[in-house]
Design a protein around this ligand. Sequence first.
Ligand code: CP3
Length: 347
Amino acid sequence: MEGEGVQSRKMLRALAGERVDPPPVWLMRQAGRYLPEYRALRERARNFLEFCYAPALAAEASLQPLRRFDLDAAILFSDILTVPDALGRRVWFADGEGPRLDPLIAEARWRFDEPVRAVQRLSPVHETVERVRSELAVDRTLIGFAGGPWTVATYMLQGEGGAKDRARRAVYERGDEVGELLAALTETTALHLAAQTKAGADCLQVFESWAEGLPQALFEPLVIAPTRRLVSRLRELGVQAPVIGFPRAATSEQIEAYARETGVDALSLDTAASASSLRARIGSTTPMQGNLDPQLLVVGGTPLEQGVRQVLRDFAGGPHIFNLGHGITPEAKPENVDTLLRLVRER
Ligand code: CP3
């Protein structure tokens, strides 16, 4: 029926290749510390991972931004580092320092659990998806997600984000073991994403946040090949949901190769990428998501207005999902999100 059911989910229409005008909008990290209601909810869990594994709290965190703003999609509230935790690696979030893990590179023999067992441990995350879908309005899209295999591997290898020097060194020095790690991550991630779609996720995003800074010879084996395997494994598992890939801060040649060779259905562009020049390389049919500078949600005013218009112009050559180029920062002002939504939708 027109206007009802799944067909009314604007983000899914854009992902199917339709030029939806105005474009659907959601924002990376739309649930987070810039919202006072998030900070209050977060205090109810002992630590961040427990928060991610508490379906009632995590579902509420997913829904909070949609209670406050007229966004087109909710994203599962979880983290990419639940996967290493489920694989039996120790993960913790030190206040103000970001995530920490016991680094694999310090160990003579790398140990992690079986993918099938790991995914069973992630069942609270799948329950969160079910809860969000049951509370979410029928015309809103629900996004499931996971980290890209290489991005999650970098955290597991060196125990933290930031510079990936030691993770890259491990690729040269212990290539076979890194290959086994990527294979285990790819399989676990495929099973985890398949479970999310079974629980009600409409589409999936793969966050390859550390696609940057790789030499040409390593981009194919570390990013493209594992992502291609991930997407084909999802299809093998019967998952039909569209997959958005986010190869953050890769070069435009690398983004083009990623779009052509991995099988992802849509591209999420980081703040520095140019949608119009990528369109000239990739064509006008690939749905593209992005890419407002998240700092503009801190600054607001005329720069925000100009930034939104610039993004709308840059992405006008094909199907567009309006988003940021990276996650919202804790300093963002909630009222600037309202302004953004008004600017995207005014005509
Ligand atoms: O987008 C959303 O609203 C959904 C939830 C979500 C979180 N993390 C919640 C979170 C998503 C999609 C992620 C993905 C994620 N996590 C990525 C990929 C996206 C990106 O930013 O590049 C990465 C690299 C991580 C790893 C991670 N988790 C980092 C680097 C941090 C620390 C960031 C910080 O600002 O401190 C986290 C913790 C985290 N994940 C928070 C949230 C809301 C903040 C922690 C808290 O509330 O105490």
